[in-house]
Design a protein. Structure first.
Lengths: 139, 143
């Protein structure tokens, strides 16, 4: 059951990313280009995605997940260096070519060799991240 | 085409949100792309690996099938500068795992429950991305 739900969820996520135009790096970089020829599409995608998600969060109150267990706890309010440093590094990479993890995977089937190279580099970054987290904790 | 683009953005966004809602209400988990992949890469999500693989497989295959079935030509328009692709990929992988989330986890799932961390992270990565795009446009005179 849970694997089926994961499949459905992943498929909706991927198809949504494609339909929305977010697998097109020009549209993502166009959104980030606030002082140039700004493309607001990403804001509509984000807004559109937040609507059903907000409804889903509202439905979690007093209920259990379909497969059992518990819903995620209340969001943490603790801010640390890792959150900010991580977001800066991610944002820089995102702006550089216009790909983030979801669209990088969703476009793998038609993204050619460049998409594969991005994925390999992203996995490498993820592999060394635990070490970097430790360094930030100690610094 | 810009006039139609926002409608597709909204339709696609709603579809993405429904995917996140299924993941949350069904499996009780937050649909964050970087977390789902990252847990496989560094081993922290080993105990639920099949769950993650199922999600990722569908994420890769479903849009490819849509492109194939609709006979459309999908363009990612990714830069051909391989150095930039490698650098960007590394930064995205590293940053999302240090900061514990990306556009789906912090952005969609975090903002929709008014998570302060999600909201701050989203503002920071959008600002960092915008700065890079401004610099790129200034240096290269285009992308």
């Amino acid at each position: 059951m849970r694997h089926l739900l994961s499949l459905i969820s992943g498929a909706l996520f991927g198809i949504g990313l494609y339909l929305s135009g977010m697998t097109n790096t020009d549209k993502v970089q166009g959104f980030l280009d606030f002082f140039g020829n700004w493309d607001p599409t990403l804001a509509f995608v984000m807004g559109g995605a937040i609507l059903p998600m907000a409804a889903a969060w509202a439905l979690t109150h007093g209920r259990k997940p379909l497969i059992g267990g518990n819903f995620p706890e209340r969001p943490e309010t603790k801010f640390d260096r890792k959150l900010v440093v991580g977001a800066i590094l991610f944002g820089m990479g995102w702006g550089l070519v216009g790909l983030c993890p979801g669209p990088a995977l969703a476009s793998l089937g038609f993204g050619g060799i460049g998409g594969l190279v991005f994925l390999a580099a992203m996995l490498a970054g993820m592999l060394v991240a635990p070490k970097a987290r430790q360094m930030l904790d100690r610094a | 085409m810009i006039e139609m683009d926002w409608i597709w953005g909204l339709i696609g966004g709603l579809t993405i949100g429904c995917g996140g809602a299924v993941y949350l209400l069904g499996n009780g988990r937050i649909m964050g792309a970087s977390g789902i992949i990252g847990g496989l890469v560094d081993g922290s999500g080993r105990h639920e690996w099949l769950d993650r693989v199922a999600f990722l497989a569908a994420l890769i295959i479903a849009p490819a099938l849509v492109v194939y079935a609709s006979d459309s030509v999908a363009q990612t328009n990714l830069t051909s500068n391989i150095f930039m692709v490698v650098l960007a990929g590394f930064l995205v992988g590293l940053g999302t795992r240090i900061g514990n989330g990306c556009t789906s986890g912090h952005g969609v799932c975090g903002i929709s429950r008014l998570s302060p961390r999600g909201i701050v992270a989203t503002l920071v990565y959008i600002a960092a991305g915008a700065l890079v795009v401004v610099v790129l446009r200034a240096i290269l005179g285009g992308l």
